[in-house]
Ligand binder design. Structure first.
Ligand code: HEC
Ligand code: HEC
Ligand code: HEC
Ligand code: HEC
Length: 267
């Protein structure tokens, strides 16, 4: 196992049953009304991963790790959670060009995966990333936690009747589409930061409109980052990811338009 974790991250050292040790995950689930200690074995096969492969932030005073899930796992739900400035948390950083207070997304794999067709069909992270293998008649879970594309037969073909080429082709198509839109969104967001920066340099620019532009770009970049920081390149939830990127592009254009209007120029 090359994965940067130890047995005790996922297994109770005495019973070897699957367990979650990260308090931030347990508390976030509690706030959603889920008691992790009573979770089914299949749910645990995702929860052990979700305790690390998730979005989080540090509570400013306590430096405690918190998962922003009180309103749900969707990009807009996490955004509106952050918009309330939980325990005084306002931003991860300030963008040097636009002056917008930014959020930084950290690998929201669990959140993205949860709304997708596989999670909704009861498939767990471990089904694909730790598939059952056989060695001399002995069945065991692969602990080589890596890309399932390295063992499509074991990872996918327990459920899918399509052949390996078809499956690989579907993954590649989704990932190519995601990469393309992610790139466009990133470029559009970067240009909007520049537009705001130029507008803000004009003395007479309307401050209220500039603030609105900064709020829009903060949101646009969050939507881009939620996808860019995720590790599946779209595969874990293709339709949601494309929707998120489309909205990021739209919000970045709105931010640019607002900045232009702040200067009194038609856009
Ligand atoms: C990232 C989480 C994770 C880590 C770390 C991990 N395991 Fe597992 N392990 C699992 C999962 C998931 C299963 C499947 C359990 C199930 O389906 O009930 C499993 C199953 C097992 C089983 C039951 C037999 C089998 O293969 O299904 C044994 C034994 C085991 N692990 C030993 C270990 C040991 C020893 C370590 C440390 C070297 C370790 N595991 C580290 C997640 C992990
Ligand atoms: C204790 C925290 C922790 C747990 C638990 C954990 N991961 Fe990870 N995982 C990481 C970190 C950190 C990395 C990044 C490693 C790096 O960048 O080199 C990683 C990397 C990965 C990778 C990429 C590995 C590669 O091929 O380079 C996959 C896939 C993955 N994790 C899946 C899972 C799955 C599935 C589970 C649950 C069965 C899980 N992880 C549980 C922390 C964790
Ligand atoms: C239906 C199968 C499936 C399930 C279930 C699944 N994944 Fe994945 N995952 C994939 C595929 C396919 C990729 C893309 C691999 C690639 O590009 O090589 C991937 C990529 C990843 C990567 C990046 C791996 C790398 O090598 O860079 C991580 C990390 C990851 N998944 C974590 C998770 C976590 C955590 C869960 C559960 C919350 C999960 N996955 C559930 C199929 C799955
Ligand atoms: C435990 C069962 C299971 C495993 C393992 C599994 N799938 Fe699926 N997959 C499903 C189910 C159920 C659906 C929903 C549609 C259906 O019933 O066919 C689905 C749908 C899909 C779809 C179409 C929907 C979409 O999101 O585009 C693709 C593509 C797909 N799976 C690829 C894969 C790949 C690649 C792997 C291995 C990395 C994999 N699946 C592993 C059960 C599974």
């Amino acid at each position: 196992m090359k994965h940067p974790v130890t047995c005790a991250n996922c297994h109770d050292p005495v019973t070897m049953k699957l367990t979650v040790v990260n308090p931030a995950f347990i508390e976030a689930m509690e706030r959603l009304g889920i008691d992790v200690s009573k979770a089914s074995r299949q749910d645990m096969r995702s929860y052990v991963c979700g305790q690390c492969h998730s979005e989080y932030y540090f509570e400013p005073a306590s430096k405690k790790v918190v998962f922003p899930w009180d309103k749900g796992y969707l990009p807009e739900e996490m955004y509106s959670y952050y918009a309330q400035k939980p325990a005084g948390f306002e931003q991860d950083w300030v963008h040097p060009d636009s002056g917008a207070r930014m959020l930084k997304a950290q690998h929201p794999d669990f959140e993205t995966f949860t709304g997708g067709v596989h999670a909704r069909s009861g498939v767990a992270c471990a089904d694909c990333h730790m598939p059952f293998m056989r060695d001399k008649g002995q069945k065991y879970s692969s602990h080589w936690v890596t890309s399932p594309l390295k063992h499509v037969q074991a990872s996918c073909m327990t459920c899918h009747t399509q052949d390996e080429k078809w499956l690989l082709d579907r993954v590649k198509t989704v990932q190519d589409n995601c990469w393309q839109l992610q790139h466009i969104a990133g470029q559009t967001v970067a240009r909007a930061h520049e537009t705001i920066s130029r507008a803000a340099a004009i003395q007479t620019a309307d401050k209220t409109r500039l603030e609105k532009a900064r709020e829009l770009i903060r949101r646009a970049q969050w939507f881009w980052d939620v996808v860019a920081a995720e590790n599946g390149m779209g595969f874990h939830n293709p339709s949601q990811v494309m929707n998120t990127l489309g909205r990021s592009i739209d919000m970045a254009h709105q931010a640019s338009a607002e900045a232009d209007m702040a200067t009194g120029r038609p856009f």
